[in-house]
Design a protein around this ligand. Structure first.
Ligand code: SF4
Ligand code: SF4
Length: 180
């Protein structure tokens, strides 16, 4: 795993400053703003907004066949309009303090020891050492949170039987059978 210092150094040489253009929240391609949220992140947004789960998220669209007529998917994503995330209001994030890790750390993500960089007009801008370190620490926290979520989902998946003929989402809190 990359450490905070090493990531901060890389971020310093890549450069980044968010221009608040909102492009990462907009739907410029089918999956361009697909924001996956873990169960804890979803709970936080529910508590902050008073919205119900189904108003905030939809199942990750790729379902896997269970072999008994049932299908499962292993993530939730924020709901989107045809143009953007439902929380983008007047060009600003309306749940900024509670936005998920993916949004907090865009345009970067860690996959094992790789730093993945997505398209963003803020890349290449100068970044202070302390901002680079804060961003690096967030990336490490995100990676740890995702690893924990994934381990819990794997555990639940091992203990769960997908009901025949049903579509379900398995997250780190259990299995949710979808209506319809
Ligand atoms: S992270 Fe990049 S794409 Fe997203 S609002 Fe900032 S500058 Fe725009
Ligand atoms: S939660 Fe906020 S930052 Fe994340 S995609 Fe939606 S509007 Fe953008």
């Amino acid at each position: 795993m990359l450490g905070v210092d090493e990531i901060a150094e890389r971020l310093g040489s890549i450069g980044f400053c968010c221009r608040e253009c909102g492009r990462c929240c907009q739907r410029v391609g089918e999956d361009s703003n697909l924001v996956l949220v873990g169960a804890a992140e979803l709970r936080e947004i529910m508590a902050a907004t008073g919205m119900k789960r189904e108003e905030i998220v939809e199942p990750y669209p790729e379902f896997i066949r269970a072999g008994n007529g049932g299908e499962y998917t292993l993530a939730w994503c924020l709901r989107r309009t045809l143009d953007a995330c439902i929380f983008l209001k007047d060009g600003r994030c309306s749940i900024y303090e509670h936005r998920p890790w993916i949004c907090r750390t865009y345009p970067f993500m860690l996959v094992d020891d790789d730093l993945i960089i997505s398209e963003c007009p803020g890349l290449g801008a100068s970044i202070s050492p302390s901002a680079a370190r804060d961003a690096a620490a967030d990336l490490c926290r995100r990676q740890a949170a995702e690893a924990e979520e994934e381990a819990e989902i794997r555990e639940i998946f091992r203990e769960t039987e997908i009901p025949p003929g049903k579509r379900v989402v398995i997250d780190s809190e259990g299995m949710k059978v979808l209506d319809g």
